[in-house]
Design a protein around this ligand. Sequence first.
Ligand SMILES: NC(=O)c1ccc[n+]([C@@H]2O[C@H](COP(=O)([O-])OP(=O)(O)OC[C@H]3O[C@@H](n4cnc5c(N)ncnc54)[C@H](O)[C@@H]3O)[C@@H](O)[C@H]2O)c1
Length: 374
Amino acid sequence: MQGKPVKFLYLSEPEMIKAGVLDMKQCVGVVDEVFHLLGKGDYLMGGPRENEHGLMIWFPEKKRFPNMPVEGPDRRFMAMVAYLGGRFNVCGEKWYGSNVANPKKGLPRSILTVMLNDSETSEPLAIMSGNLVSAMRTGAVPGVAAKYLARPGAVSCGCVGAGVINRACLMAIAEGVRTLKRATIYDLDMGKAIAYAKEMTTLLGIEVTPVATLKETIVDADVISVATAGVSKATIPTEWLKEGSLLTLTGTAELTDDVYLENTVIADNWKMHQAWLVEGEEHPKGVESILSWAPSAPIIKLILAGKMTHGDIRSLGDIATGEVPGRKDDKERIVFVTGGMPVEDVGWSYQIYLNAQEKGIGQELKLWDEPHWF
Ligand SMILES: NC(=O)c1ccc[n+]([C@@H]2O[C@H](COP(=O)([O-])OP(=O)(O)OC[C@H]3O[C@@H](n4cnc5c(N)ncnc54)[C@H](O)[C@@H]3O)[C@@H](O)[C@H]2O)c1
C-alpha cells in the first residue's frame, strides 16, 4: 500500500497576526463556545481525571548538574494538552517555558508554541507561534465571565496591573459588557499605568484613566480585573467591593478569607483546580508546593481548613449552558478565579488555523512524502 504524504501549516507570529489572532471579538466568541463545550463535557484534558492544566517540569531547589536549571519565580516548562469537541474536534498542545530573566535578553518572559493534530489520525495540522494565542485567550476568559456574571448595565471596570494580560482582559471585558463606558488602571509603576491608559483609550474608544491608589480603582468598579505578576500581590479587602461587583482574578491577589467566604465564588473549571490539589498532594513537598502560585490556592486552603467545600464553587461552563444559575441579583458580589486551560488554547488556535487556511496565510511544511516505516 502507498504511504500517505503528510503536510502541515507553519504560522509565525506575524502570520498569526495576519490571520486575526488579535481579533478580540472573534476570540471572546470562540472562548464562549469553549465554555459551552466544557459545560456539556465535550472535551478532554490530560491525565486520568481528564482535567489537568498541564504537565510541568519542576526544576529542583539546588543545582544537581552544571546545566540543569533550578527553581525560581515563574520558572517552568509546561506541556498543556487537550481534545476539544463540537465543531473543533481537534487535539492540541501548548508547550512553553517561562523565565523572568528573559526580558533582559530581549525575549518575552514566556515563549510558547502550539501544535494541532487531527483527532482521528494524529497527523499534525499546524505548528504555530503561541504567545499571542495565549495572551488573547487568557484575556477572553474574564470577558466571557463578565458577559455571564457582570451586573446588568455595568459601566465601569477597574484594572489592577498594566501588563500584557490585563490589556487583553480589558479588551475582552469591553466585548463581554457592551454597556461599559469607562475604566481605571492601577499599577505599582505609574508610568506603565499611564501608557496603558493612553493605549487602551485609543484602542477601545472608552475613557481609561490611570489612578494613584489601588483603592481608587476598586471602589467604583462594576467589574474588576486583577492581572499582576511578581511577589507583591494586590491586597483587596471585601469592604472595597461595590455591591453587585464582579472581581475577576487572572493572576493572584491577597484577598482576606471573608472575600471568599461572604461572596459567591465561581471558577473557570473547578475540576481543574481540584486536579491541582491532587497534584500538590502527590508532590514530595505536599500541598505547600502549589499554594504559592496556584490562583485558587486561597480557596484550596479554606477547603482544607474545612471552611468551604468543593461544592461551594460553581464553574463558568455550567453557567454558560444554563446547567447552574449565574448571578442571583444586582447586589451579589462575585469572585471569579481563572487558572487557564489548554482547551482555550486549542479552541482559539484552531480558529486561527481555519482563518489562515481561508486567507492562504502560512507556510506549508512537509513531515514526509511517504512514511519511512509504517
Ligand atoms: N490564568 C491564565 O490563564 C494566565 C495566563 C497567562 C498569564 N497569567 C497571569 O497573568 C498575570 C499577568 O501577566 P503579564 O504577562 O501581564 O505580566 P506583566 O509582567 O506584563 O504585567 C504585570 C504588571 O503588574 C504590575 N504589578 C505587579 N504587582 C502589582 C501590584 N501589587 N499592584 C499593581 N500592579 C502590580 C507590574 O508592575 C506589571 O506592570 C501573571 O500573574 C500571570 O501568571 C494567567
